[in-house]
Design a protein around this ligand. Structure first.
Ligand code: C5P
Length: 237
């Protein structure tokens, strides 16, 4: 069970040097199934960092670029990204259709539904109509769009995972950031829609993304093990 739980843990390598990222991979590879490279590391270090992380022991890589641009730029960026052989890549759900017919090789595309740092008040301020200011409603709508466009899964918070799982069926990847241990409540940092690892899995997440709760812990390896334990409890339920 623990081994299966580890496969479902994605660790966010939100650091700005390749040395730091590599050390984290070496330290955590036994507990983490997928390592996520986001904008901070990719912009700071360039694509070469991906190969270094592979050599350090990262079995699977997630390039979280959250692509959002005009169609020609999106398609060109996706073609360049898949050349790096990453297992997962993100774009925003409303633009997933731009990739129709494009050969992404073994890279699976995930649609970003609504960032987990946004709450109902942010959606209202962005101009969404009242019925879509409920994140669950907007997330589910965008998740359907992404899957119709050919994504293999979506990114949403664990709070919406049950609704998304019901809408997308058992095969879709449902990847949930905004994961926090039970003792941390909303408002502690920029994440607003948060749940525990156990709850995300119970709600139907296929994977969870964890960054700061592991990275800033006094003992990151122990923190990763605690997340895996919580994940595995959710899988038993
Ligand atoms: O440190 P923390 O656990 O909040 O990290 C969450 C990670 O997940 C970050 O790398 C962030 O970019 C990413 N993410 C997110 N919300 C999304 C998609 C990705 O927080 N909707």
């Amino acid at each position: 069970m623990l081994q299966r739980a580890r496969q479902r843990l994605i660790f966010a390598l939100d650091v700005d040097t390749a040395d730091q990222a590599e050390s984290l991979v070496r330290l955590l590879a036994s507990e983490v199934g997928v390592f996520k490279v986001g904008l901070e590391l990719f912009v700071a270090q360039g694509p070469e960092v991906l190969e270094r992380l592979r050599r350090a022991g990262a079995a699977a890589l997630f390039l979280d670029l959250k692509l959002h641009d005009i169609p020609a730029t999106m398609r060109a960026a996706a073609k360049a990204a898949v050349k790096h052989g990453v297992e997962l890549l993100t774009c925003h759900c409303d633009q997933a259709d731009i990739f129709a017919g494009l050969d992404l090789g073994r890279t699976r595309l995930l649609g970003i539904t609504v960032l987990t740092s946004l709450g109902p008040e942010d959606l209202a301020a962005m101009g969404y109509p009242e019925e879509l200011c409920d994140p669950a409603a907007l997330v589910t709508r965008r998740a359907r769009l992404a899957m119709q466009a050919g994504c293999q899964g979506v990114v949403c918070s664990g709070l919406e995972a049950a609704q998304v799982r019901a809408a997308l069926g058992p095969e879709a990847l449902v990847v949930c950031p905004g994961i926090r241990p039970a003792e941390i409540g909303p408002g502690a940092d920029d994440q607003k829609r948060i749940v525990t690892p156990e709850m995300a899995i119970r709600n139907g997440a296929s994977h969870i993304v964890v960054g700061r709760p592991i990275r800033t812990a006094r003992d990151p390896l122990a923190a990763a093990r605690a997340v895996v334990e919580s994940l595995s409890k959710g899988m038993e339920a």
